[in-house]
Write a protein that binds this ligand. Structure first.
Ligand SMILES: C[S@@+](CC[C@H](N)C(=O)[O-])C[C@H]1O[C@@H](n2cnc3c(N)ncnc32)[C@H](O)[C@@H]1O
Length: 283
């Protein structure tokens, strides 16, 4: 009961943040990334944890199903952390993102890393997959935390593009958050509490006038930034995969629950979010 009351007390602030979210997703992502100043475990980007045990889940299925001599395309690469990890396993990695600011930041963070290239591209635009196929031939795809932020039609279009990218030989490693509660209970699970202000949030809002500070005092800073500028994180599991990919990449080689790591909401302990992982092929 108390948890429900707590959730209801968060509603006004969440609603206020959601209103600020631009309707056009590409504009929203560019707005988000253009304001990011720090990345990594002590930074602002919710999903940009230091790579830890989460990667072991991916390495295991990659070993089993992916030809290591093929290129891999990191779809929605954000600030490129996972592309840098992939470059130790594949000869050529292309990071693509709809946000030019993300691509620029990721390019700077990836300077000197061999085998990593990048470009700005919206993978929900028809034909984007064919362009990549023409340039790279059959390729693998790594996609982490992108499907769940897209609308159903965009998910289907992304699926069709990925089908063109992988061709006959490529595989898709898809990994998404799959928290099954409401957005408010999700935020609570990440540490949002009316009346208690986690340390990173206190630092972040130190310069805001007191009445406003009281109003936003319940939501940890990385989460507040995420929901203030981009769609609220959703869930994506087997049912959502089937709906999105039924006419494109429908062969499931392996799938199951996964743990997605996010940055610490307070202290130094990485936040674990329930997720879903699938290794897919087009045939
Ligand atoms: C939740 S973040 C995940 C970033 C990265 N994959 C990671 O795990 O660190 C989602 C990313 O997808 C990008 N994105 C959203 N829609 C996209 C689209 N249509 N095409 C390409 N990238 C997109 C966003 O700009 C953002 O960087």
């Amino acid at each position: 009961m108390l948890r429900l009351v707590d959730q209801l007390r968060m509603v006004p602030e969440v609603a206020r943040l959601a209103v600020r979210t631009p309707r056009n997703a590409a504009v929203a992502w560019e707005g988000y990334w253009s304001r990011v100043r720090t990345t990594g475990p002590a930074g602002e980007v919710l999903w940009d944890a230091e790579i830890g045990p989460e990667a072991e889940q991916y390495a295991a299925v990659m070993d089993e199903f992916m030809d290591r001599s093929m290129p891999v395309i990191d779809v929605g690469w954000g600030n490129g952390r996972w592309s840098r990890w992939l470059s130790r396993r594949f000869p050529q990695v292309l990071g693509v993102d709809v946000s030019a600011s993300a691509v620029q930041r990721a390019g700077e963070e990836s300077e000197g890393v061999r085998g990593v290239d990048y470009r700005t591209l919206d993978l929900t635009v028809p034909g984007a997959g064919r362009l990549l196929q023409a340039e790279f031939g059959d390729s693998h795809v790594f996609v982490r935390g992108v499907f769940h932020v897209l609308r159903p039609k965009q998910r289907e279009q992304l699926g069709r593009n990925l089908r063109d990218v992988v061709g006959a030989r490529g595989r898709v490693l898809l990994t998404e958050t799959d928290y099954r509660g409401t957005p408010l209970s999700y935020m609570q699970s990440l540490g949002a509490r009316p009346g208690s202000i986690p340390a990173p949030l206190r630092r972040a809002i130190g310069s805001i006038p007191a009445p406003l500070r009281r109003a936003i005092g319940s939501i940890p800073a990385p989460l507040r930034r995420a929901i203030g500028s981009i769609p609220v994180p959703g869930h994506f599991g087997p049912a959502e995969r089937r709906a999105a990919l039924q006419d494109s990449i429908s062969t499931v080689l392996a799938d199951g629950p996964a743990l997605i790591e996010a940055i610490p909401m307070s202290g130094t302990t990485t936040t674990s979010i329930p997720g879903y992982l699938a290794m897919l092929g087009s045939r």
